[in-house]
Design a protein around this ligand. Structure first.
Ligand code: 2PG
Ligand code: MG
Length: 431
């Protein structure tokens, strides 16, 4: 007998920054009920699917999600009740058609994603299967994390413009060992920040350190020192990733680094990034250029794609159409995959598949506004993407995902492939 959707119920909850988002419960015909919670970003790309906010300034400064919840509890429930829950593609197609807009602005991508994920989780619980198995189309892989250690930009509110300075702990025998090393490097980074006399202004949005550094480059020097002082080999065991998130400091055709009192053209930004890959073990650069600077992206790709992962976040916004254009025009070589940038699970998988066939790497990513839901860990594993970006290793909304990966390694016997990171992903195997 087929498993159908019996009920959907959404309500407003708060994310890790105290801003409203949604929880959605799906109940199936066999009585199974499961809930999913929707993430929310701060450095959002213009081309992202629309996160519907109430705009009623008397509540949560206009950021309420009561309308999005009412769309689930009204039109979406009416259309999906009785629908086959096990056909995720058909569920998502029905959601997309009901919304009927290119950026999901009618019902809200937050409403659609909550339903898409809640139905998937309810099916996995009904089958008594781990979620990654229900989502997987074969070849599940425990991902290598890129972990935020230092934050700037819109996430930290301190001095520097670049948003994330992260480490990739790939040279370890297991995910658990890699995580232990990461915690050690995070702690050493904190000691170095204090020792070098920087003021620590508290943790940033994703749990990383957010010091008032003198320059963007100072973060790279600090991170490299933290890797070494913690007793690891930069490059062999631990590499560096950065998320420049450059769209927020690009205005009138130039990139303005206020902290360094200078502006850079697109070509100068490319030169700066190239020079950093030579001085530091930087192997991955996200949003190095503005989301619509296609010429700049092409130049950056020509110069660095051979041995550096060039990751499009705001640039691609997990959108198959934008990724297609990137592949066709030789821009970037990797895509950041965020479910809520596109709004349904099916489209998220579509982007991962497109990346694979275009020889682009994929990194499944959390948002700066997260919840205690660990869905992302199973999603990253199910896609076989091989990489995950969650934030730092403090704060429970992040740890929910890191801990779920520990569980997948310990209880479900998934093997970690960290040692293949450099050769597979950067050596061309992933592309
Ligand atoms: C990013 C994400 C996560 P946000 O830019 O990659 O770090 O941030 O969710 O604010 O877009
Ligand atoms: Mg980003």
């Amino acid at each position: 007998m087929s498993l159908t959707i019996k009920n959907l119920h959404a309500w407003e909850i708060l994310d890790s920054r105290g801003r409203p988002t949604l929880a959605v419960e799906a109940t199936l015909s066999d009585g199974t009920a499961a809930t999913a919670q929707v993430p929310s970003g701060a450095s959002t790309g213009t081309h992202e699917a629309v996160e519907l906010r109430d705009g009623d300034l008397t509540r949560y400064a206009g950021k309420g999600t009561l309308q999005a919840a009412s769309h689930v509890n009204g039109p979406i429930r009416n259309v999906l009740t009785g629908h086959n829950a096990e056909d995720q593609e058909a569920v998502d197609k029905a959601l997309i058609e009901l919304d009927g807009t290119p950026q999901k602005s009618n019902l809200g991508a937050n409403a659609l994603l909550g339903v898409s994920c809640a139905v998937a989780r309810a099916v996995s619980e009904s089958r008594r299967q781990p979620l990654f198995e229900t989502l997987s189309l074969g070849n599940p892989t425990l991902p290598v994390p890129m972990v935020n250690i230092l934050s700037g930009g819109l996430h930290a509110g301190a001095n520097i413009e670049f948003q994330d300075f992260l480490i990739i702990p790939h040279g370890f025998g297991s995910y658990a060992e890699a995580l232990e090393a990461t915690v050690r490097m995070h702690s050493v980074a904190g000691q170095l920040i204090r020792r070098e006399g920087y003021t620590l202004t508290g943790v940033a949005d994703e749990g990383g350190w957010g010091p008032h550094l003198k320059s963007n480059q100072a973060a790279l020097a600090l991170l490299t020192d933290a890797i070494t002082e913690a007793g690891y080999h930069p490059g062999d065991q631990v590499s560096i990733a950065i998320d420049v998130a450059s769209s927020h400091f690009y205005h009138d055709g130039v990139y303005t680094l206020k902290s360094e009192r200078r502006t850079l053209t697109s070509a100068e930004m490319v030169d700066l990034l190239v020079s950093w890959t030579k001085q530091y073990p930087v192997v991955s650069i996200e949003d190095g250029l503005f989301e619509d600077d296609w010429d700049g992206w092409r130049l950056l790709t020509e110069k660095l794609a051979i041995d550096t992962q060039l990751l499009g976040d705001d640039f691609f916004t997990t959108n198959p159409r934008r990724l297609r254009r990137g592949i066709d025009e030789g821009c970037a070589n990797a895509v950041l995959v965020k479910m809520n940038q596109i709004g349904t699970l099916t489209e998220t998988f579509e982007v991962c598949d497109m990346a694979k066939f275009g020889f682009y790497a994929a990194v499944v990513s959390a948002r700066s506004g997260e919840t205690e839901d660990s869905f992302l860990a199973d999603l990253a594993t199910a896609t076989g993407a091989g990489q995950i970006k969650i934030g730092s290793i403090t704060r429970s909304e992040r740890l929910a995902k890191y801990n779920r990966l520990l569980e997948l390694e310990a209880r479900h016997g998934l093997e970690w492939q960290g040692h293949r990171f450099l050769s597979d992903i950067l050596g061309g195997g992933g592309r």
